[in-house]
Design a protein around this ligand. Structure first.
Ligand SMILES: *Cc1c(COP(=O)(O)O)cnc(C)c1O
Length: 473
């Protein structure tokens, strides 16, 4: 023990504030109570001229952000698709900062480089992906898309004799992306960053189950059979968690020479569950995959994973070559596979999450979230004035609320649905987000947190019931 350590007080204060926060989540409102103005008034102080003690910085930070931290770490948060943090992953994330390794390269952080190697192998195994696929630990699924689609861009253009890394895209053959129209906005941005352009993406209509049909895809492929093509498939779309039929669509896309990329931001994790694995049959034949650690695996933020079935294309797209960098072919140099250079040691928290849960624990987490989503959605849908829009197959479902006035229109139902969600939020009991699905406003229910239990589900359903009762009075 070194009582004169400049770190000790700040870290001890951070620990006690963190525990106070985490251990009180159950009794705290899920919504942020402080207004934008309040947060600005408290936080936008003139930058101090003189420094201040580290522990005082921490204490004031906690005081000034009070009411501005939403309860996404806890079990009653069902908005967007947002996971919590497992204890080992959170603690490992702290260590990552304490160690402060530059995870660009083995030489800057030997243990971190090996941890990432191990994470890659474990993840491929859990997610049912080819053992020899290359991988990258990215900041999230967005950058996993960029990484994987850069590999696709390399391979497709190389097939026409074009070296995109050297010659850029001006004058290059065009690349198009065919997808269902349910693709996530992160794909749009990936096309912008990669110079493919948003107009490269064609969103094709889905069937009643939210899937891209083979006939629809084949027709689009046939329309321009000579155009370089990426087929983007969904493993769990953002609204209903729909899975495209990989066993049918991947061989079809390959017959036309397309590169198949899978967006499995959360849905790829269904592979760990014996109950849900069938949804992913055939997914291992794709050319690249993207998923998140910070959603369903419950790693703190800054955790995404890209996998590529063609390591050379991946490396061509990403490797960082410069004369002053030493190369060591014995080890996996992260900078050869990632879009960034200096970077956080992202492997540590993912490694810790996987070790805390173990293979069975990951499966139990996925199944528990699916069960909770099912109880929550069916419980809400059974309330008077509610309507079931999508019964969860995995962890995502949709409900909406009908305006009870006799002459109510669709637009009244839309407004009432938004109003119910806001009223539930204001109650502090639960947080849901809304979406427009098939032309209707819906409350979207997503369960991704290891902490969500039966009591949380009951509290959330009761909170919705109270809001509905008030309207009927
Ligand atoms: C969240 C999400 C993304 C984007 O992932 P980030 O980790 O936020 O970058 C992409 N696709 C789907 C289906 C998602 O749910």
């Amino acid at each position: 023990m070194n009582d004169t350590s400049p770190f000790r007080l700040a870290l001890e204060h951070a620990l006690s504030h963190s525990l106070a926060y985490l251990e009180n989540l159950e009794h705290s409102p899920v919504a942020a109570g402080a207004s934008l103005q309040t947060l600005r008034e408290r936080l936008a102080k003139p930058l101090n001229s003189a420094g201040m003690p580290a522990e005082q910085v921490i204490d004031e930070l906690v005081a000034d952000t009070a009411g501005g931290i939403i309860g996404s770490a806890g079990g009653r948060f069902f908005g967007w698709v947002i996971g919590g943090s497992l204890p080992a992953a959170l603690a490992a994330d702290w260590l990552t900062s304490a160690w402060d390794q530059n995870a660009a390269s083995y030489s800057c952080g030997p243990a971190e480089a090996v941890i990432e190697e191990v994470c890659g192998d474990w993840l491929k195994d859990l997610l049912g992906l080819p053992r020899d696929a290359s991988f990258a630990l990215t900041s999230g699924c967005q950058m996993a898309h960029v990484t994987a689609l850069a590999a696709a861009r390399n391979a497709l253009l190389a097939s026409r004799g074009w070296q995109v890394e050297r010659d850029g895209l001006f004058g290059a053959p065009k690349i198009r992306i065919l997808s269902s129209d349910q693709f996530h906005g992160s794909i749009t941005r990936a096309t912008r960053l990669l110079g493919l352009g948003t107009s490269a993406v064609t969103g094709l209509p889905v069937n009643q189950a939210g899937q891209l049909d083979a006939a629809t895809l084949e027709q689009a492929l046939q329309e321009a059979p000579d155009t370089l093509t990426i087929v983007l498939l969904q493993a769990g779309d953002l609204n209903i968690g729909a899975y495209d039929c990989f066993a049918e669509l991947i061989p079809l896309a390959h017959r036309y020479g397309a590169w198949v990329h899978v967006d499995g931001a959360f849905g790829l994790w269904a592979n760990v569950s014996a109950r849900h694995r069938h949804l992913l049959a055939g997914v291992e034949h794709a050319d690249s995959w993207a998923t998140d650690g910070h959603k369903w695996l419950n790693v703190p933020y800054d955790s995404g994973f890209a996998f590529v079935a063609h390591p050379q294309a991946h490396r061509n797209a990403m490797s960082y070559e410069a004369s002053y960098i030493s190369h060591n072919d014995q080890v996996r140099e992260q900078k050869d596979w990632n879009p960034d250079w200096s970077r956080r040691g992202r492997g540590v928290a993912a490694y810790a999450a996987l070790r805390q849960l173990g293979r069975h624990g990951v499966a139990a987490l996925i199944d528990a979230c699916c069960d909770a989503a099912h109880s929550l959605v069916t419980g809400i849908a059974a309330l008077p004035g509610a309507e079931l829009m999508w019964e969860p197959r995995i962890n995502q479902g949709l409900v909406r609320f009908l305006d009870q006035r006799p002459a109510a229109t669709e637009s009244d139902h839309d407004q009432w649905t938004d109003a119910v969600t806001s009223a539930v939020l204001a109650s502090g009991e639960a947080l849901f987000s809304n979406t427009t699905w098939r032309g209707k406003r819906c409350m979207r229910v997503s369960v991704c947190n290891w902490q969500t239990n039966a009591q949380d589900v009951a509290r959330a359903v009761a909170a919705v019931a109270r809001v509905l009762q008030e309207q009927n009075r």
